[in-house]
Design a protein. Structure first.
Length: 428
């Protein structure tokens, strides 16, 4: 890769960052603090009351979900649909009535899009995520008439290309567990380096729009998945054209439809740094699963078990209500490998503390199951794991340009050799 191309990608990442800071950080931070210190105490009991209501749960279990236990998702789904219907309806009404959107209305829409404590954007992601992982989530009549409501219908309003979770997320990111070959891969980058994060944002933008995943499926001969994702990409941009035709306003399309894509791209790039930011190898040079996928216990913003990313990747059959018991069963493994387990923070905080090298803060939240590590040892371990790389950015981008199985296999021996060297060196 020539220096000019790399600089271009860094600049793109920087523009995404500036955009996120200007337009999205205030709704996220302000509502996060407001939720944490004030509204949580008021609104959470109301949510809990509705969520535990036997009539609501019986209705959802009998008529909405294939498995009655998934009635757990119903109240969040209704709140998200109501919130989005009102906010989207308002901006369309104002645009069609006046011909333009004032800045204050756009700001209000962004606040509504994020929600108190990030509950709306978080639910939009989590529910689309659930649909992608479970195509039989809903009753047959919903599957055949509506389909994936949050992934494919409401999803584009939250920056999601239809079928992206069902295809790219499940059959690339999860099949490879974030490892070599993944279009979401990050272990060719130093996760404490801001310039490297700018490069990562550029990569995630290609994943989010479907381009890199489409190339992956084509290179692997996965015609059905490629076609499904291709249709989703066409649908996403067809909606943009339809909005333009209805409103006759490129400004409306940009601020209401494209901006959420930019926001969610940046946000997921940042969150994935926390979910997969640390790597360590065993005595055979194999990447350790309970290190390369983080677990947060008693987190501030968990959505149906999303905080236990290690279980999500390596034990996906564990239901979120059973995670506490599952984590207890893994404690011996956590002790042996000094797992990436943290307590009492959000995934956003974990990602930011990692990116900005806040080792003292991370050490405060790290859970040492062995009880034998000193504070300095914890800080040193986390720092090394966050900075460790499997390969170079240039070599991995060369692979992504033509991500065939052969290209991946050719890269693996080199990585295994590097891992073995790294493990040997760390013992000296």
């Amino acid at each position: 890769m020539n220096p000019a191309e790399k600089l271009f990608r860094i600049i793109c990442g920087l523009l995404f960052t500036v955009n996120f800071v200007i337009f999205w950080s205030i709704p996220i931070v302000v509502q996060g603090l407001l939720w944490k210190h004030v509204l949580c105490k008021v609104l959470l009991p109301v949510y809990t009351f509705l969520d535990n209501n036997k009539y609501i749960r019986t209705f959802a279990g009998n008529y909405i979900y294939t498995n009655p236990k998934h009635a757990d998702f119903f109240v969040s789904s209704v709140i998200l649909l109501l919130n989005s219907s009102v906010s989207i309806g308002c901006v369309f009404y104002w645009q069609l009535k006046t011909g333009c959107l004032p800045w204050w209305l756009i700001a209000m829409y962004y606040f509504s899009w994020v929600g108190f404590g990030g509950r709306i954007m978080g639910a939009a992601y989590a529910l689309a995520h659930k649909e992608g992982h479970n195509r039989g989530l809903y009753k047959k009549w919903i599957r055949e008439s509506v389909g994936h409501i949050f992934e494919n219908i409401l999803g584009p309003m939250f920056g999601n290309v239809p079928w992206n979770f069902t295809t790219s997320h499940v059959f690339i990111h999860h099949r490879l567990d974030g490892g070599i070959g993944d279009t979401f891969y990050e272990w060719d980058l130093d996760r404490t380096n801001l310039t490297h994060f700018m490069l990562y944002i550029y990569r995630i933008a290609h994943h989010m729009c479907g381009a890199s995943s489409l190339k992956f499926f084509g290179a692997h001969g996965h015609k059905a998945k490629k076609e499904m994702l291709r249709k989703g990409m066409i649908a996403y941009w067809s909606i943009a054209v339809a909005f333009l035709a209805i409103t006759r306003s490129p400004s409306f399309v940009f601020w209401i439809y494209i901006q959420p894509f930019i926001c969610m791209t940046y946000f997921l790039a940042l969150l994935n740094y926390g979910f997969h930011g640390f790597i360590e190898f065993d005595e055979n040079g194999i990447n350790i699963s309970c290190v390369n996928s983080s677990t947060i216990i008693d987190g501030d913003d968990d959505y149906f078990g999303e905080d236990d990313h290690m279980a999500h990747h390596y034990h996906p059959g564990v239901y979120y209500k059973d995670l506490a018991e599952h984590q207890k069963s893994k404690e011996s493994e956590f002790v042996k490998y000094k797992a990436s387990v943290f307590r009492g923070l959000s995934i956003l905080e974990l990602s930011l503390f990692l990116l900005f090298s806040q080792w003292d803060v991370l050490a405060d939240h790290y859970v040492d199951f062995s009880g034998k590590l000193s504070r300095e040892q914890i800080k040193s371990m986390l720092r090394e794991r966050a900075m460790r790389r499997e390969t170079t950015y240039e070599k991995y981008e060369h692979y992504l340009a033509n991500p065939t199985p052969e290209a991946r296999k050719a890269l693996l021996p080199e990585i295994r050799k590097a891992e073995s060297t790294d493990t040997t060196d760390s013992r000296k």
